[in-house]
Design a protein. Sequence first.
Length: 253
Amino acid sequence: MGDLAVGGIVFVCIFGGALFGMYLETVLPKQHLSDKSKEVIRVAMGMLATLSALVVGLLIASANTAFETKSNEMRRVGASAIVLDRMMAEYGPETQEIRDLLRLAIMAKVRAIWPDGDTKELRPETISEGRGGEIILRKLLALSPQNDAQRWVKSQTLKIGGEIVLTRSLVAEQTGSSIQWPFLAILIFWLTTIFVSFGLFAPHNASVVAILFVCALSVAASIYLIVEMDQPYGGLIKLSSAPLASILDQLGQ
């Protein structure tokens, strides 16, 4: 389900709940809206509002952690590629072909994931495509060191190359959502119930309806941003190609 669709559903549920609460106020018997009844409802809604705030905080923390993890792993791949290139340069001119292949592999991956820079939707499914990393590892294995220094450099390049392949696999595995959707559905139900209570006690005038509309829109926008951060491959909040694109000028130097 798209991020905007989730935000739209949240808004319809919450604002619809407020309007439904206003309607209930006109049809419920008066004894259901006595002072004692209102007090109990307010206490119950206060407890529900506290639970909702805690859940929203957990979702924000989860979405932010997921975004930072994916962003850091992209940066880690870029930094490891630079170190790998420098290590191969230390090995000697025999690795020039592998260094060129590394640069081409990074360039191809950037163009595949970000087809038009940062202006279009990212294509996370391309993260796991291609065998460039495995080919580079095979070519590194085929090197024949002539001295202890080259043997040490070869062992380090194999280690770094393996880390790059592993990190790429981790990024590919993390393209799915980390949000538990039943968790989100329960939160939406709680928020809707709270807004029903708002409408139940609210005066029937345009100012109140406008305020409830703005509040419902704000809550829906917060849920939308949480889902956006959890899926940073398009929309307003997305991963940038800068960490990988910026290293292209440094490779092969």
